[in-house]
Design a protein around this ligand. Structure first.
Ligand SMILES: Nc1ncnc2c1ncn2[C@@H]1O[C@H](COP(=O)(O)OP(=O)(O)O)[C@@H](O)[C@H]1O
Ligand SMILES: [Mg+2]
Length: 408
């Protein structure tokens, strides 16, 4: 209103100076415009309070609306009567029934939220509540309800801000961590129970049985080794996770690494009656951590030798190609001709402790952490693992690593 009055003053003063209007007429005109502006403002306020509390927010330049629209979390502003004054797109997608000007209680189904708004309004204090929604998906939220008095002399808040924090990703991480600890403890407890059992037997009934003692000690040794492998893998996983954000920056040639791993697994290959073929030419350099890459190829080739032994052959290829994004990639393929993997298992294979057949994995000395390690190491190298398999025809595990500066 002040702006309008000032503008009118300038216009009428200007007209008077230019001689278009007598000074008296100019003053009268100015008075009329000022009064009209004053009445319009008062009228707007009066009408607004009774029937249309949203008139303020419907203006595109309304600061409240502009601020709320640009906040990264879902936010709803209510007037003192619990009607929606303003909301952003994120709040709209959370509760599509919300309408400006309508009571918020019509659109929000959570009774605990409505109660929190009531308390915030009555006590003039911030309220925080957590709640979960299960339709269409499980989601968790924390909502902060902040009462605001926009003028100093109000004894009741005339604005309520509701700010929603999506706790779902946090909850998922918490669940995963709890699952992981439960799984790891279970995996450790099994060999531990076997060890305790054999110790008791050796102390009791088998005390003087030299033959049984030999046999039991061999089993105990294997169980102890299994626990050691498990702890090794768990420690490696946590170490790699700690370094996940630091991308390795040492140039390493993949070809000798792959050959070295194959040489190291020669005994295993011979035991399983599998021939390993390596197709690699020249050098293929990536930025990497040598020890971690050794671990990747060890895991993949060992899996192929163990689970794909029936195919009698494992083919390893080291090549480079241009990805669909136009970047040069080093590709290391490990192909076996064993039983293959059913498609429903493929997406879960890199999860910790996920195994197609737990007893088969245990019999092979597996921990269920090999492919999880592979995935984490490749993530750190900004690479990835792809798996293809046809049941009965074997499986191909392909490592993709960015290979900068070496065009094919
Ligand atoms: N080449 C393969 N052929 C068939 N199944 C495989 C192959 N590689 C991995 N798998 C399956 O994926 C599971 C997970 O592998 P991994 O994470 O290395 O754990 P582990 O070998 O310790 O069991 C294995 O238990 C096995 O069921
Ligand atoms: Mg493995």
């Amino acid at each position: 209103m002040r702006l309008m009055t000032a503008a009118a003053a300038i216009v009428f003063a200007g007209l008077a100076i230019l001689g278009f209007l007598a000074v008296g007429y100019a003053l009268a005109g100015f008075a009329i415009v000022t009064a009209a502006a004053f009445l319009a403002t008062r009228g707007g306020e009066a009408v607004g309070r009774r029937a249309r509390p949203t008139s303020v927010s419907e203006r595109a330049d309304d600061p409240l609306q502009v601020v709320i629209a640009n906040l990264p979390d879902p936010v709803i502003a209510l007037d003192g009567d619990g009607r929606v004054l303003a909301l952003n797109e994120r709040a709209r997608s959370l509760a599509p029934a919300l309408r400006q000007g309508e009571p918020v209680s019509l659109a929000l189904r959570m009774p605990e939220l409505i109660e929190a708004i009531g308390r915030a309004y009555a006590r003039g204090e911030e309220q925080r509540i957590e709640y979960s929604d299960h339709v269409p998906l499980d989601r968790w939220f924390e909502t902060v309800v902040v009462p605001v008095s926009r003028r100093a002399n109000l004894n009741k808040p005339d604005l309520i801000l509701m700010i929603f924090h999506d706790l779902t990703p946090l909850r998922r991480v918490e669940e995963m961590r709890a699952d992981f600890i439960a799984n790891a403890s279970h995996e450790l407890r099994t060999p531990l129970a076997a060890l305790s059992g054999f110790i008791e037997t050796l102390q009791g009934s088998a005390r003087d049985d030299a033959k049984a003692r030999e046999r039991f000690l061999a089993i105990m040794q294997e169980q102890a080794r299994r626990m050691a492998r498990l702890i090794d893998d768990l420690l490696s996983l946590s170490r790699i996770e700690l370094n996940a954000h630091r991308r390795p920056d040492t140039p390493v040639d993949l070809v000798p690494i792959v050959r070295q791993v194959v040489d190291g697994l020669e005994t295993l290959a011979r035991d399983r009656g599998v021939t390993v073929h390596v197709a690699a030419e020249g050098a293929l350099t990536v930025l990497g951590d040598r020890d971690e890459l050794v671990r990747v190829f060890e895991n993949l080739i060992e899996n192929a030798l163990k689970y794909g032994a029936a195919g009698k052959r494992v083919d390893i290829t080291v090549t480079q190609a241009v990805s669909t994004e136009g970047e040069t990639e080093a590709l290391i393929g490990v192909r076996d001709y064993g039983p293959g993997i059913a498609p429903e298992h493929l997406p879960r294979l890199t999860e910790r402790f996920y195994r197609v057949d737990v007893s088969e994995s245990r019999a092979q000395g597996g921990t269920g952490l090999g492919l999880a390690l592979v995935k984490h190491i490749l993530n750190r190298h900004r690479g990835r693992l792809s798996i293809e398999s046809v049941l009965g025809e074997g499986a191909t595990f392909t490592v993709h690593l960015p290979a900068p500066g070496t065009p094919p």
